[in-house]
Design a protein around this ligand. Structure first.
Ligand code: TRP
Length: 365
């Protein structure tokens, strides 16, 4: 364990990152390559905060608290199974970080209403979840809340999938605005200068994973639980095999006929999950020629690679099943959230000071 591991977040010299997931069920391969892989690498070099955005889960299903509670525990199990190390990183429960809710209010007043409603990620979600005009007032509010999730931790960067970039852009706008309005930062200041010029908030940047958008097993849309085209990190080897074998290879061909790997989604998986790049190139060349290379053959290689990736994840996850597992997870989030609150309260106090709201100090403990 390094000496900085348990340093209070307020004095740890390492640059910080913050990212999170809404508990909507189990994580899938799209999450893994879009964001989790980056998170694992960053645990080595950064002070990491991983937020369970359980408040956001209530914005679309407020009448399902029991499911949300279960999903909250499941997502932490997925993280730990992937290799997120609670000794080194803070696993943070959004609903127990009051500074986030308070900052959300302040930020909501710095963002024009129409700006929030133009956010393309919100629009896409309204379509894909079929919300029509029936969504709650709190639903678009979550995008403002996400700015607060991030800025409460004053991070340098935010590892996310491509779909989150629009939210990060809004977060950057609100950081600049706050610093200009309440901290006197020059509107022409460069983003990287905001803190040194007296701004409370950095202007953090999105860091999109190697594969920002992984195609689903339907070969058409982004992998997503709600579209039913996902391979979950907790799927059994058999389920993985079944899902990949059922994929349409984008064309119908004979093993001896030339094929086009570029329109075959199975090759997208080959590129992402088979580590040996020259092997994949070779496979593609043979597919183009025909060469007796059937689709089942390509799929078999992909299935093997995906299962090799998932095997250690499954093993670690199995050790967290059952009531003991739940208890351990609750301990992990309690500890991570306590450390997160030290930093988030410090941020909030700074923001309030800048806003002329520092009438007297307060303490959470
Ligand atoms: N909206 C993100 C998602 O659906 C989850 C999230 C909530 C998040 N707060 C965040 C991501 C802060 C990055 C930073 O995946």
């Amino acid at each position: 364990m390094s000496t900085t591991t348990n340093a209070p977040a307020t004095t740890d010299p390492r640059p910080r990152v913050l990212t999170g997931d809404t508990p909507t069920g189990r994580l899938h391969l799209g999450h893994y390559v879009g964001s989790i892989q980056n998170r694992l690498a960053m645990q080595e070099t950064h002070r990491c905060f991983f937020l369970i955005a359980n408040m956001h889960a209530f914005t679309t299903r407020p009448e399902q608290p029991a499911d949300i509670r279960q999903d909250t525990l499941e997502i932490v199990k997925d993280w730990i199974a992937c290799g997120i190390d609670p000794e080194r990183s803070c696993v943070v429960l959004q609903t127990e970080v009051p500074a986030i809710a308070e900052l959300t209010w302040f930020f909501a007043m710095l963002l024009p209403f129409n700006r929030v409603m133009r956010n393309p990620t919100l629009k896409t979600e309204i379509d894909s979840k079929g919300l029509g005009d029936q969504y709650s007032f709190g639903f678009p509010m979550y995008a403002v809340g996400q700015c607060a999730d991030i800025l409460a931790f004053r991070p340098e960067s935010i590892p996310v999938g491509e779909d989150q970039v629009a939210h990060i852009e809004m977060c950057r706008e609100v950081a600049r605005k706050f610093n200009q309005v309440y901290c006197g930062v020059d509107p022409h200041a460069e983003d990287h200068e905001h803190e040194e010029r007296g701004g409370v908030f950095p202007v953090p940047s999105a860091m999109v994973g190697k594969t920002g958008r992984l195609i689903g097993t339907d070969g058409k849309q982004k992998m997503s639980k709600s579209l039913g085209n996902a391979i979950f990190l907790s799927d059994t080897p058999k389920q993985v095999k079944k899902k990949i074998n059922a994929m349409y290879p984008g064309q119908s061909r004979d093993p001896d006929e030339p094929g086009d790997p570029d329109i075959n989604p199975v090759f997208e998986y080959a590129e992402v999950f088979i580590e040996d790049e020259s092997f994949v190139e070779d496979l593609k060349a043979r597919y183009r020629k025909g060469d007796g290379l059937g689709d089942g053959h390509v799929k078999a290689h992909v299935i093997e690679a995906v299962n090799a990736l998932l095997e250690p994840i499954r093993e670690r996850r199995a050790s967290l099943e059952g009531p003991d597992g739940d208890e351990r997870v609750i301990e992990i989030i309690k500890d991570g959230t306590a450390r997160a609150n030290e930093l988030a309260e410090d941020t909030l106090a700074r923001a309030k000071r800048a806003m002329g709201l520092s009438f007297f100090p307060r303490s959470l403990s």
